[in-house]
Design a protein around this ligand. Structure first.
Ligand SMILES: O=P(O)(O)OC[C@H]1O[C@H](OP(=O)(O)OP(=O)(O)O)[C@H](O)[C@@H]1O
Ligand SMILES: Nc1nc2[nH]cnc2c(=O)[nH]1
Length: 184
């Protein structure tokens, strides 16, 4: 086995579990109920933000038991690093947002650059309302913009985290819980 994979395994073994799988699942259940209460009659167009939004989108969508359509956007600004850079749009959405209620699903609201740019893009595309849902919001005073997510699963301390869609160097998006890197 390569040294890199040994490192990846060591990172997981040494990480602090901030939320267990049961706690994250309970948060997703609550998000599903809140989103249903607000959007059940709005025929929303739901966008998963790849890659990080993949797991929360999959888990959440089956709890939204009303008519909706699903598409995805692929944008990234961390590129396997633990600090963000310029937002790189890899895939723009293919479905028209004109006069639609849009719900954006992502894993984390950290500094807010990613979600702010995507919300602006959706409004410019003619969406009549744009709401956002994030599994976790990180608490710190480095927010890029005053952006509150409409639906937030869990609050998280200011550490680099992985699991439930969030990666460490492209690994551990599959980790069953939310974990923080040792010492970060
Ligand atoms: O609030 P911000 O500081 O902008 O960070 C949040 C974004 O960072 C992560 O994406 P990343 O760029 O790591 O790409 P990924 O989804 O492929 O992991 C995450 O999925 C969010 O989209
Ligand atoms: N995996 C991961 N991606 C992020 N994107 C912004 N913040 C984070 C973080 O703490 N972890």
């Amino acid at each position: 086995m390569s040294a890199d994979l040994e490192h990846i395994k060591q990172v997981y073994a040494e990480a602090d579990c901030l939320y267990t799988e049961a706690e994250v699942e309970a948060a997703i259940e609550r998000m599903g109920q809140a989103i249903t209460a607000e959007l059940a009659n709005s025929n929303p167009l739901v966008y998963c933000i790849m890659n990080g939004g993949l797991v929360v989108s999959g888990k959440l969508l089956t709890k939204l038991n009303f008519p909706l359509e699903v598409d995805y956007i692929h944008a990234t600004r961390y590129r396997n690093e633990t600090t963000g850079g310029e937002l790189d749009w890899k895939v723009h959405p293919s479905t028209s947002m004109q006069d639609r209620t849009v719900l954006i699903l992502d894993d984390i609201l950290d500094e807010g650059h990613t979600l702010a740019a995507i919300v602006e893009f959706c409004k410019a595309q003619g969406a009549k309302a744009v709401q956002t849902a994030v599994l976790v919001e990180k608490k710190h005073d480095r927010k890029a913009v005053e952006l509150e997510s409409d639906f937030i699963g869990l609050q998280i301390e200011d550490r680099y985290i992985f699991g439930y869609g969030m990666d460490y160097k492209s690994y551990w998006r599959n980790a069953p819980g939310i974990f923080a890197l040792k010492g970060h």
